[in-house]
Design a protein around this ligand. Structure first.
Ligand SMILES: Nc1ncnc2c1ncn2[C@@H]1O[C@H](COP(=O)(O)OP(=O)(O)OP(=O)(O)O)[C@@H](O)[C@H]1O
Ligand SMILES: [Mg+2]
Length: 386
């Protein structure tokens, strides 16, 4: 899968920008700080469902200097000799006196109904400086990463997540409704709502187990890809949580029973906290640096960065094995690597068939590869003069 052209209109700092990529494997974006390198990579990241790799408000991406309420991006993507044109539009709308953004996707001129169809058309893996906190921040960040990996491999997974989220919101709402009158949930105070809660919790358990089983399968598949690189650390991942532990040791029927029980018995505390005490929203990704038998979170900052790159490369290999060949977006990653690790990263990338977009302030950072014929270096300042 390769991007052949990217056209931006009113997107972030760009009024208009057109990039044509011939048959290049590496696209290297260079230019001074603030010139707009990350903006281009972010634009590409909108080919994934959701709000791009900056997790932006959708109306924020519209160029501030224009009077327009719209912004658009057009991509030509080549996949197995087939070319598709994908348009991503952003609009700023006034809803109940509040501005909000909307993302609209077109495939070959026709509106795409569901964003969950996007991973069938294009898959992406990104690594950005914001992800440096990966092992030091809260578990939500890591869960989102894992979920994005899974829906890239299996787009229907996005529907499981949505159904789960919808039922979770419903449960929170019922618990909140009951609590406002009684301060916190008390069983039997509202028999009708208790029955409704039971139904919702059954749905949560069914959908929750599907999600957890997918995550466990993902970690097993991930670990079975051996990382042959000499300098990149070998890693092992696992998803940990109450229900995952049960799934590993108990029969499915008993897990369902115990999971339902846990939800019922946590209604009171959940009504106070306004959240859920167990299930997919509580699991965490643990990564072990095998050589040192150490959890990634206990490793040094530099080691964590390299472990993160390993995680990305290994996931890319998993995707490649499934015949998917995602596009890699590596924003500003080479600047902080020592020369040996950087050389290993380039060696690794060379063994992969994927198209790789990289950015950096100076083209000397890429001197190991920049003169190869499959590399195109786009100096943003030059592009802006066009
Ligand atoms: N909606 C917008 N309208 C106009 N300009 C914007 C908008 N959003 C961001 N910008 C501008 O885009 C610029 C940042 O671009 P970007 O993050 O792509 O730079 P960069 O080349 O990656 O820089 P660095 O090397 O520091 O990472 C900033 O000057 C910012 O003000
Ligand atoms: Mg940047």
């Amino acid at each position: 899968m390769k991007l052949r052209s990217v056209y931006l209109e009113n997107f972030r700092s760009y009024e208009k920008l057109n990039i044509e990529i011939k048959n290049f494997k590496y696209v290297i974006l260079t230019g001074k700080n603030g010139i707009g390198k990350t903006n281009i990579l972010e634009a590409i990241s909108f080919l994934s469902p959701g709000k791009g790799f900056r997790n932006s408000r959708l109306d924020e991406v519209i160029n501030n200097n224009s009077n327009s309420n719209q912004s658009s991006i057009f991509f030509i993507i080549e996949k197995e000799n087939q070319k598709n044109e994908i348009g991503v539009g952003f609009t700023k709308e006034n809803v109940d006196n509040k501005f909000q953004g909307r993302k609209i996707i077109h495939l070959n001129g026709k509106k795409l109904k569901r964003q969950s169809d996007l991973p069938n058309l294009v898959s992406l893996i990104w690594l950005t400086p914001e992800m440096d906190i990966f092992f030091r921040t809260n578990s939500l960040f890591r869960r989102k990463f894992v979920d994005r990996c899974i829906f890239n491999l299996k787009p229907e997974y996005l529907d499981n997540l949505k159904i789960y989220e919808k039922n979770l919101n419903e449960r929170n709402k019922i618990l909140k409704d009951i609590s406002t009158k009684n301060l916190c949930y008390i069983e039997g105070k509202n028999v009708e709502k208790d029955l409704w809660l039971k139904k919702i919790e059954e749905k949560l358990v069914n959908e929750g187990i599907k999600i957890l089983e997918e995550r466990i399968k993902f970690s097993n598949d991930f670990n079975s890809i051996s990382n042959n690189s000499k300098s990149f650390p070998k890693i092992n991942i696992s998803l940990v949580g109450d229900i995952e532990n049960l799934l590993l040791t108990e029969k499915l029927d008993s897990v369902k029973g115990m999971y339902i029980q846990k939800l019922q018995s946590s209604r009171r505390i959940d009504s106070i906290k306004g959240s859920i005490s167990c299930g997919p929203n509580k699991s965490d990704l643990k990564v072990v640096f095998l050589k040192k038998k150490l959890l990634a979170e206990k490793c040094s900052t530099g080691e964590q960065k390299i472990i993160l790159i390993s995680l990305i490369i290994q996931f890319c290999k998993l995707m490649n094995n499934k015949g998917n060949f995602p596009i890699l977006l590596l924003d500003e990653i080479v600047a902080h690597l020592d020369s040996k690790i950087k050389a290993t990263l380039f060696e690794e990338l060379q063994t992969l068939k994927n198209q790789v977009w990289m950015s950096g302030s100076d083209k000397n950072l890429f001197s190991d590869i920049i003169n190869q014929k499959e590399v195109v270096n786009l100096e943003i300042e030059d592009l802006l003069k066009q």
